[in-house]
Design a protein around this ligand. Structure first.
Ligand code: ADP
Ligand code: ASP
Ligand code: MG
Length: 403
């Protein structure tokens, strides 16, 4: 059975005109494949639903939040399906609980672990086109769950895995993965093929084009992904295993974030176990600490400790640190106007001097680096948010990404 999974993002189904275009794309694939479609909500709808929840309460029930914010997908799936019916196809929508798509984990951040195939397979065999709600599933209490913002990418990849699809195509509003966000830098260049590892870093470090969990799932299950535009017929980007790629670039891409906040504890006692005492209660409260730097203490007794968290976790972090009886410090300072800029590429493993080139390029722009973190295939720096655009432009040039 030659199955293909097609995912359409919010902008691709954002208007009735676009939904009609999407139906034409689906019809084209139907000639050659059994087609399974996953759709996001129309663009803006999920945000509006989240805003409604905020009007009820800041502490809106997590289980009801998932019922609420998953509802946008029901709407878009019905519209796509009805348009296909209008065109003479056999199609129907499937809400996640009807499949069902089973998830585990917490509300808002669940992960898909199983998909019941029976109904969908027999419907495909009868020539039907199932249009399935992305971004959601049900848990073992039979309650609706969601799988994190942008989650329809992960839904599509899990469908491709469970149905052993020949292809998984992510239709979005850009015609592929670029060296950096093409909506922010005109000279960004389309990447023809990229490895899961690099895409995972790019996505985790701010490239919204793919949701990070979806790339983890794709890598674990060896699902090849094609990212392309629902607005043009241009060839897209293939995301695949490293072995399939011949690459002569040192750096593949540059990502940036806009939702980081920096926290500094001044005058912390410099003794073993202090960092653990600071970070333990944060992790117990599901606050993800990202970059960390500790200054060398001048007098051997006191030091300054700086770390970053997501901006939305800042007030919670502040509260937890101030209530922490296990630590002493002189002052607590915050900075919300910071951003993380990262360069990513498997090429840096075998190329010396990449760090130096990055720092020098930023120094030439008089951009101050506040915190640094590295892994085998990425270097991230924390800088003032107002300098992000200039930083990206200079790094893009330095590593010849527009060539
Ligand atoms: P969808 O609604 O289809 O899921 P998203 O808005 O989630 O689409 O992702 C597409 C957006 O990702 C693009 O409009 C683009 O601005 C942004 N983006 C960020 N980094 C990159 C990159 N490196 N390559 C391509 N797009 C990127
Ligand atoms: N509609 C959801 C969101 O906006 C899921 C998705 O678009 O993938 O996050
Ligand atoms: Mg998305």
């Amino acid at each position: 059975m030659k199955i293909i999974v097609l995912k359409f993002g919010g902008t691709s189904v954002g208007t009735i005109k676009r939904i009609k275009k999407v139906a034409n794309i689906i019809a084209r694939y139907k000639k050659k494949y059994y087609v399974i479609v996953l759709s996001s909500a129309m663009s803006g709808v999920t945000n509006n639903l989240i805003n409604l929840s905020k009007k009820i309460s800041k502490n809106f029930s997590a289980s009801e939040y998932d019922v609420l914010v998953s509802s946008g997908e029901q709407m878009s799936c019905a519209l796509i399906s009805a348009e296909l019916i209008n065109k003479g196809f056999n199609s129907r929508s499937w809400i996640s609980w009807q499949v069902p798509i089973l998830t585990e984990g917490k509300y808002k951040f669940s992960r898909i672990n199983k998909i019941n195939k029976n109904q969908i397979i027999s419907y495909l065999r009868k020539g039907g086109i199932p249009i399935i709600t992305g971004f959601q599933g049900i848990n073992n209490k039979n309650r609706i769950t969601t799988i994190g913002r942008g989650g329809t990418d992960a839904s599509a990849i899990m469908f491709a895995k469970f149905f052993k699809a020949q292809k998984c195509i992510i239709y979005t509003d850009v015609d592929g993965v670029y060296s950096t966000d093409p909506n922010k830098l005109k000279s960004a260049k389309k990447i023809k093929v990229i490895s899961y590892e690099e895409m995972l870093e790019m996505a985790s470090l701010g490239a919204k084009v793919m949701q990070p969990h979806s790339i983890q799932d794709a890598r674990l299950n060896r699902v090849d992904i094609e990212v392309r535009s629902s607005f043009t017929d241009n060839k897209g980007t293939l995301i695949t295993k490293r072995k399939n790629i011949i690459n002569n670039k040192i750096i593949t891409g540059i990502s940036s974030t806009t939702n980081d906040a920096k926290v500094t504890l001044l005058g912390v006692r410099d003794k073993p176990g202090i960092a653990a005492s600071i970070f333990k209660p944060l992790s117990e409260n599901s606050i993800n600490v990202d970059m960390v730097v500790q200054n060398i203490s001048a007098n051997g007794r006191e030091t300054d400790l700086t770390f970053t968290v997501k901006s939305e976790d800042l007030s919670k972090t502040k509260k937890i640190v101030l209530q922490n009886k296990k630590i002493n410090f002189r002052d607590l300072v915050f900075d919300k106007s910071v951003s993380k800029v990262s360069i990513i590429g498997v090429g840096m493993v075998t190329t010396p001097g990449v760090t130096y080139r990055m720092f020098q390029a930023l120094a030439k722009q008089k951009i101050n680096i506040q915190v640094i973190s590295t892994s085998e295939i990425k270097i991230s720096v924390l800088i003032e948010r107002k300098n992000v655009q200039r930083a990206i432009l200079s790094l893009h040039k330095e590593f010849k990404l527009n060539k």
